[in-house]
Design a protein. Structure first.
Length: 158
């Protein structure tokens, strides 16, 4: 049966409630959302969800919502990590003052990075004086000190 369903504000609200309270298998999810907002809108929405799910984390997400994105951060592929690192580096170069929680979130993100990416990222952060001072505090030694020691050993060795 082909229903004439329009993607109204109330329909999108219903989709939001369904997503929050239910989990559907892929094909059924498409059918349910199609019945609420229409087939074309459902297709576009599910594509957007897929793209959104696989996009790299942003600097704002890492710095401001770490608890929510920590699992995703640890699971990102290296190319996604590189995009997140680039975004963080650019953000911190423009606005190097980070609040206490943002500082902790940045160090927590550094901790989940693979070793080679961690070293490269810390090298770039050490070029931003305010950030370098923030991440070089004693309380972050477990994450940062090992990386800095390795960077120093690499610099002396070359």
């Amino acid at each position: 049966m082909d229903l004439q369903v329009e993607p109204t504000e109330r329909a999108w609200e219903m989709v939001s409630l369904l997503r929050k309270n239910s989990r559907f298998p892929g094909d059924l999810e498409m059918e349910v959302y199609s019945g609420v907002v229409g087939r074309e809108a459902a297709i576009m929405f599910l594509r957007w969800l897929t793209d959104h799910r696989h996009r790299p984390l942003t600097a704002a997400e890492v710095l401001d919502t770490w608890e929510e994105v920590a699992g995703k951060a640890a699971a990102q592929r290296d190319d996604q990590q590189a995009a997140t690192i680039n975004d963080l580096t650019a953000r911190l170069q423009l606005t190097p003052d980070i609040a206490g929680l943002q500082e902790q979130n940045l160090v927590a993100y550094i901790a989940v990075l693979p070793r080679d990416l961690r070293f490269a990222f810390i090298k770039s952060l050490l070029k931003i004086p305010t950030v370098a001072l923030a991440i070089s505090q004693d309380k972050y030694d477990a994450v940062i000190f090992d990386a800095i020691r390795s960077i120093s050993a690499d610099a002396v060795g070359h």
